[in-house]
Design a protein around this ligand. Structure first.
Ligand code: UD1
Length: 312
């Protein structure tokens, strides 16, 4: 039985990972500072894990959290492009300083492997699609810079100290438990909750921007595969985690009209600063290196997500 330390365990992705790790019979130690995570995301699994309220800026607490840990799944972050534009220092502290602290603690505790929640935002607004891992990154927002910097720290700790690290560049992960709508929530969580209440969703720009929206189960599977993949294929590497298909916000809105019975139109407003226009992944490297495949496609993911929000 392995022991996994999940950072950001009370978040949308962290709590889904915890459920999957427990379901395969392994142990979970989870940390969260509740900056964006919610205790309610843990629900029934809180008593099945070793939960600690810890901030990534507390190195001593991280050292204790890493004792006898096999794998670290590092999801904790302030995961918002617009928030980072407003507060670049806060973004850097949580997304970079916190990551370096965790890497030092994991290295000293001789953890087997650290898997990192990197971001497709690192690619920025380069015209070439799909995005491949060997393209030169061109981040726009402070958030994207922070995520890319931490990705480089992952690779550095492998090269300098031999700590096995794997960076997974998530492309717009969505699904149950994604932030209830705040100004910083992901677009699908906002669209779905608004449309189910019969309220008009807001589209920033013309709605022709596109994303490779990826259902949460695919990201969870990628993490489990990244723990087990042979070091020669995975350690010190970066992998896209996505579906290899993009949809526009306008298309997404239409699909959601069918699923939520919302009959109105979206409200169009100005584009959001720091945004990229299009995002689409090439997932060949993850397929070859991790054995990754898309388990749940976009439409099925949307259906499951709408169903979950409807049940709340
Ligand atoms: C998202 C993630 C980020 C992740 C990145 C790559 C969130 C909050 N952010 O960033 O952590 O690193 O994907 O995987 O999940 N929009 C609207 N109306 C709204 C909200 C957003 O039109 O009410 C638009 C935005 O302007 C943008 C698009 O929808 O064009 C997607 O925005 P968002 O869901 O915030 O995701 P990303 O910025 O792509």
């Amino acid at each position: 039985m392995a022991r996994c330390l999940i950072t950001g365990v009370a978040g949308f992705i962290g709590s889904a990972l915890a459920r999957a790790v427990l379901a395969q019979g392994d142990q979970v130690r989870g940390i969260d500072n509740f900056a964006t995570g919610k205790r309610e995301n843990l629900g029934e699994i809180l008593t099945q894990m070793d939960f600690r309220q810890v901030d990534l800026l507390d190195l001593e607490a991280l050292r204790e959290a890493c004792v006898e840990v096999d794998y670290v799944l590092h999801e904790a972050a302030i995961p918002s492009v617009p928030k980072s534009v407003l507060d670049p220092l806060g973004s850097n502290r949580a997304n970079v300083d916190g990551t370096v602290n965790l890497l030092v603690a994991a290295r000293d505790a001789k953890v087997k492997r650290v898997v990192y929640a990197a971001s497709s935002s690192a690619y920025g607004d380069t015209p070439t699609l799909p995005k491949r891992e060997d393209m030169t990154p061109n981040p726009i927002s402070p958030y994207a810079v922070a995520k890319l910097a931490s990705e480089h720290y992952m690779i550095s700790f492998y090269r300098c100290y031999g700590l096995e690290t794997v960076a997974l560049r998530y492309f717009n992960i969505f699904g149950p438990r994604q932030d209830p709508p705040s100004p910083y929530s992901g677009v699908l969580a906002k669209f779905i909750t608004r449309m189910l209440r019969g309220e008009q969703p807001a589209i920033f720009g013309d709605g022709e921007q596109s994303r490779d929206f990826t259902y949460i189960d695919n990201a969870v599977e990628a993490n489990l595969l990244a723990c087990k993949a042979p070091a020669g294929q995975a350690a010190g590497q970066v992998f896209n985690v996505a579906t290899g298909r993009r949809v526009t916000l306008n298309e997404t809105f239409e699909l959601l009209q069918g699923l939520t019975s919302y009959t109105g139109q979206p409200g169009y407003g100005p584009e959001r600063g720091g945004d990229i226009k299009h995002s689409l992944a090439d997932i060949a490297k993850a397929k070859a290196g991790l054995g990754y495949k898309v388990e749940v496609d976009f439409e099925e993911g949307l259906r499951r997500t709408v169903q979950w929000y409807r049940g709340r």
